[in-house]
Design a protein around this ligand. Sequence first.
Ligand SMILES: Cc1cc2nc3c(=O)[nH]c(=O)nc-3n(C[C@H](O)[C@H](O)[C@H](O)COP(=O)(O)OP(=O)(O)OC[C@H]3O[C@@H](n4cnc5c(N)ncnc54)[C@H](O)[C@@H]3O)c2cc1C
Length: 377
Amino acid sequence: MIRSNAEELLRSNIGRFVDSELIPKAQEIDARGEFPMEMFKKIGDMGVFGIRYPKNKGGSGGNTTLFCIICEEIARGLMSMGAITAMQCLMGTNFLFHYGTDEMRERYFLPAMKGEKVACFCLTEPEAGSDLGNVSTIARKTADGYVINGMKTWVTNGPVADFYTVLCQTDPEKKFRGLNFFFIPRQTPGVSVSKPFDLLGTRTTLISELAFSDVKIPHHHMLGAEGLGMDNLLSILSEIRTMTAALAVGLQRAALEDSIRYAHERAQFGKTIANYQLIQAKIANMAVNLEASRLMTYKAAKMIDNKIQCLKEASMAKYFATEGACKAGDEVTRIFGAYGYSMEYSAQRYYRDNRFLLYGGGTHEILQPNIAKWVGL
Ligand SMILES: Cc1cc2nc3c(=O)[nH]c(=O)nc-3n(C[C@H](O)[C@H](O)[C@H](O)COP(=O)(O)OP(=O)(O)OC[C@H]3O[C@@H](n4cnc5c(N)ncnc54)[C@H](O)[C@@H]3O)c2cc1C
């Protein structure tokens, strides 16, 4: 893939960090199942979290392509860390950056860019998953501000986040036009956080429920103009899907690289398993899926950078790259034989962690009918 000098430089810098610092600790971090604060701070120190934001406002002055390179590289090392990074760079801080006050940016956004505060993004509710029109966390307007009541679930970083960007309904009669984002600091009275969920994969990405009981916030904590919450969410949807595709590319690379290495090492019937055509077929298919996923992902990223509408391309990339990651996670555990079933090797982690990619930014059952519609059905 042809890349600019800036893109290649970032890839080699982050790649070196992933090879030397993240991969050697990935198994241990995953097994511990705690928020990887030390690694999070290291990544913050590298200026990674500000990649999408301008330099004169506390960011690192990059673009979506560079953001995707970071996501891909970090997910290659550990999917949980890729997911946490993506949350901090995009969904968790985007609305605060664009619609927060200077004081909120100073107290929360700038420390988040340095890895000193953790961000999260709260859309999903027990009765509102794919169907966000059903969000029932209510923000009632009063003379002093808003009073928020309701519950969010499946909040990535929920147990450790310092502030929340929360989708609330201000007027159920207005349906989608009543949906708005609010900024809620963790210490606000009335906020409670559940215990972390017990997860199948990405076990160091802590996820919980959040409950809001008569949580009072001032008027200026509404992030964005009233009635435009869903429009503002749509404005980053292509980027969310493209970023997810980049995470999937990272996992595919990790699974492929481990598969190739193991195929050269493992000998059966007097020769390495790399000699067997069925192993070669698996590896060839993984490589082809990876290449196609990468091209689709960075095509969408370039379109975003060039301000070209690309929800179709981003959705296709997310769908294809994630399915590729699921397939790669399956194949690597077969190539490893019994060792693919052992918690000692990373193959099992790719098999579990690929599931993370299936849900956020739209499930595939939501994406597929949309793709079909966009191509003419
Ligand atoms: C690891 C992980 C991290 C997450 N992090 C966050 C987070 O940080 N913040 C947040 O807000 N949410 C988060 N989520 C929640 C995620 O966004 C939801 O899981 C997703 O929106 C789907 O909602 P649901 O799980 O309730 O599934 P449902 O919407 O209940 O869907 C159940 C099944 O029905 C299918 N389905 C639903 N509607 C249709 C339809 N119209 N046509 C065809 N099929 C349909 C779905 O594809 C799925 O297969 C996370 C989830 C996971 C697993």
